[in-house]
Design a protein around this ligand. Sequence first.
Ligand SMILES: Cc1ncc(COP(=O)(O)O)c(C=O)c1O
Length: 368
Amino acid sequence: MNEVTLADLPLRADLVGKSPYGAPQLDVPVRINTNENPHPPSAALVADLAASVAAAAVDLNRYPDRDAVALRESLADYLSRSTGVPLTGANVWAANGSNEILLQLLQAFAGPGRLAVGFEPSYSMHPIIASGTRTVWLSCPRRPDFSVDIDAAVELVADRRPDVLFITSPNNPTGGSLPSADVARLAEAAPGIVVVDEAYAEFSSRPSAIELIGTFPRKLVVVRTMSKAFAFAGGRLGYLAAAPAVIEALMLVRLPYHLSALTQAAALAALEHADDTLALVATLSRERDRIAAALTDLSARVVPSTANFLLYGGFPSRHGDAHAAWQAYLDAGVLVRDVGIPGMLRVTVGTPEENDRFLEVSADVLRG
Ligand SMILES: Cc1ncc(COP(=O)(O)O)c(C=O)c1O
């Protein structure tokens, strides 16, 4: 049985030769490579979450609420409070991480013969999920400073008429965000579904695209996650806000009982503590600005960021390329991310101590 290799299997031809997605998970002292919140949940949240999960455990012989009604109402309440847009549970859908939300969106609105467009470099799972659903992927390149050329983008969208348009704001891995007016221009031009991936919205002071759903109810979908600002990456909870009809469409493709009773209970407890958890966002943003200033002082090129990470470069030629610089960090016990952009690495904002260590190693790595 163990002698069978991947090459022996009747794999779909379009998957042959591909590598699985995944940032290295290495046990080193400073892990700042996956844009998590570096602060663990508070003791009060851990206690509430344990009680909430224990209460759910009593009914584990039964399937969970298939439609996660209580959780969706709590998420709608959080979004209404933070954006000022009145939403109910009917406007919200939840799944195991926003990756599953993105998958369900492409299953419902894209697929074989349909086209998805994104502005790259951006979140690499967008084209991977497109490929997994056999959606044709068209990359619209960003400018050299990683901003989106809106006039060119509107023209491309009007010309190519994608079934799904991805707008990532703030954008991972570059950190910039798109003004609402630009999102609106793209939404006006787009004939299909417009997915605004706002995984890092809490770190940005720009208004959320949720404000535009009322104007574009037939197309605008805003995807969020509890993996970043909410410090809940291990809990796996992503969600979206949209017109109720979009959620009806997703119910056609979701697996029954996709969101376990334990996940629903844990996420509900985490949402009860939203104010405390999100109070850390301001600290993380201040730390981001401190790191950006310190890297600039070290003569690095730092891309302005509205998220909890920074893309930076300017490594001296003795490193050859960004991957060699990445290895130099790793050798010093600091795990950052090589996102495949020539000459650039991405660092997630960590705790102040982790950031100090990162900057100490950066002084060495960036030294000419
Ligand atoms: C832009 C963006 N969208 C979505 C995700 C997926 O997050 P999750 O599946 O943990 O909700 C990430 C994670 O890094 C991301 O950067």
